[in-house]
Ligand binder design. Structure first.
Ligand code: XMP
Length: 326
């Protein structure tokens, strides 16, 4: 029978056998899959692994710090952080079309990652070492979905910022190929990863960019970050964060409505809460969150987040609505 400990031991041995004395690279997204894959490979080959985290400036409050500090502290992983926030913002300037946003983010991500990769290969080469492996957090459902092929990158490009180009230079290391999501979380726990990473809900690769309906600006990102942080805090405090599938928080940046606060008129933006229940994200239903929790979230957001004067609840199932708004 499988225990989490035996999965770890088995994978550590398999990774050592596959990689030998060579070096490996892994793109961290902040999500649970890439984090657990990296932690497993790190357990197996230590400093032969280098992780690269591209900070596109579209993460939620505290997420980049979780990777930079907590993940590194708990694993001892060798991490290169590329701060590319300005580059992504510049590329996204003036763009409000959802597909355009996704394309731009995917393209910039690949460029930035490839540059970091090239630098690492050059540096290793100068030391007479060979970076021959690319680590990916492919899970069993991904394998099934893509027809069970081996050895090639099979990530749906628009579905993962880790959607790297198929690169024949590298052989793939995929230590999670036999596992389901709940098993991946158990392995993460066994490896001592921070709770926030192990139990993180799905978050789209393009990040907050596809949760701002309209153009992306630093001010709008800041507004959404604050509202989203309140929602996550209250869901956790209510003990419901692990019951729901996820709760996108969306800023309708191009919409304004009239409100009143203190003795003044306001003209602010609406925030949409999109809590959903789901098994696999293919279909979903809106979560019937308790009214008092919704009331608390609404009060806090309208009181604490500037420029937001209305909180609305999305009560659409999927289909016909997708989970994300873009
Ligand atoms: P939709 O909006 O299509 O989302 O109902 C289904 C699930 O996929 C997530 N999602 C993404 N994940 N990159 C990702 O890694 C993406 O571009 C992306 N778009 C949507 C979404 O959060 C939900 O869990």
């Amino acid at each position: 029978t499988w225990t989490t400990g035996s999965i770890v031991e088995e994978q550590v041995a398999a990774i050592r056998a596959q990689v030998g004395e060579k070096r490996a690279i892994c793109a961290l997204s902040g999500g649970v899959d890439s984090a657990v894959a990296a932690a497993l490979v790190n357990r197996a080959i230590g400093s032969q692994l280098t992780c690269v985290y591209v900070d596109h400036g579209l993460m939620r409050k505290g997420e980049t710090e979780q990777v930079e500090k907590d993940f590194v502290a708990s694993t001892g992983v060798k991490l290169v952080v590329v701060d590319a926030a300005e580059r992504f913002l510049a590329a996204l300037a003036g763009v409000s079309d959802p597909e355009q946003k996704r394309k731009i983010i995917g393209r910039e991500f690949i460029r930035v990652f490839e540059q970091a990769q090239a630098e690492l290969v050059a540096e290793a080469g100068a030391a007479g070492e060979d970076v021959a492996f690319l680590v990916q957090g492919t899970l069993y459902p991904d394998v099934v979905e893509s027809g069970g092929g081996t050895g090639t990158a099979n990530i749906k490009s628009h579905h993962n910022v880790g959607g790297l180009p198929e690169d024949l230079e590298f052989e793939l290391v995929e230590p999670l190929r036999k596992l389901f999501k709940d098993e991946v979380r158990m392995v993460g726990q066994e490896l001592g990863l921070p709770e926030e990473i192990v139990h993180r809900q799905p978050f789209p690769g393009p990040g907050l960019a596809i949760r701002i309906v309209g153009e992306i600006t630093p001010e709008r990102l800041e507004i959404l970050r604050e509202a989203d942080a309140i929602v996550r805090e209250e869901l956790t405090a209510a003990g419901l964060d692990r019951d729901i599938w996820q709760c996108p928080v969306v800023l309708l940046a191009d919409v304004r409505s009239v409100g009143v606060q203190g003795d003044g008129r306001t003209y602010g933006h609406p925030i949409v809460l999109r809590p959903v229940s789901s098994e696999d994200a293919m279909t979903a239903d809106w979560s019937r969150l308790p009214y008092d929790l919704l009331a608390r979230i609404s009060n806090r957001i309208t009181n604490e987040v500037r420029d937001v004067n209305r909180v609305t609840l999305d009560i659409t199932s999927k289909p016909p609505g997708t989970i994300e708004w873009e």
